[in-house]
Design a binder for this molecule. Structure first.
Ligand SMILES: [Fe+2]
Ligand SMILES: [Fe+2]
Length: 131
């Protein structure tokens, strides 16, 4: 179960809302994987994962804009983490996700990895914005 939790809240509204949307997208993808009635979910899965990836990127951009606006002193280090993660995201091969046999496992791995990174980043790095 992927979900926003109270301990992930930074208190900065737009950041919290975007984090919540990321968890929502992750859960929507998981729900789709778990749906045993729907036979061909390739297109929807590819769409959701790519939305998750794109939303992550745009979230990073918003966060960095905000950091600039408050002249946050650690923006370079913070942004470097975002860039590093983006380069991992760019390695995700969306075409491979449409392979029906491999699909569930591959998508679950991606989700696990993505959400794990986000939670760690939220707790250890985003949180420093307000502490
Ligand atoms: Fe964030
Ligand atoms: Fe961040």
């Amino acid at each position: 179960m992927y979900e926003m939790k109270p301990e992930y809240l930074t208190g900065i509204d737009f950041i919290d809302q975007e984090h919540a949307r990321l968890f929502e997208l992750a859960q929507e993808t998981q729900d789709l994987l778990d749906d045993s009635v729907l036979l061909d979910k390739s297109d929807q899965i590819v769409e959701l994962v790519s939305e998750l990836v794109n939303y992550t990127r745009s979230h990073f951009a918003h966060e960095e804009e905000y950091q600039k606006s408050i002249q946050y002193p650690y923006i370079t280090q913070h942004a470097a983490q975002h860039r590093q993660f983006e380069s991992k995201l760019s390695e995700i091969d969306l075409d491979a996700l449409s392979d029906f046999e491999q699909q569930n496992e591959t998508v679950e791995d991606i989700l696990d990895f993505l959400v794990d990174w986000l939670i760690n980043h939220i707790l250890r790095v985003d949180m420093k914005l307000v502490k």
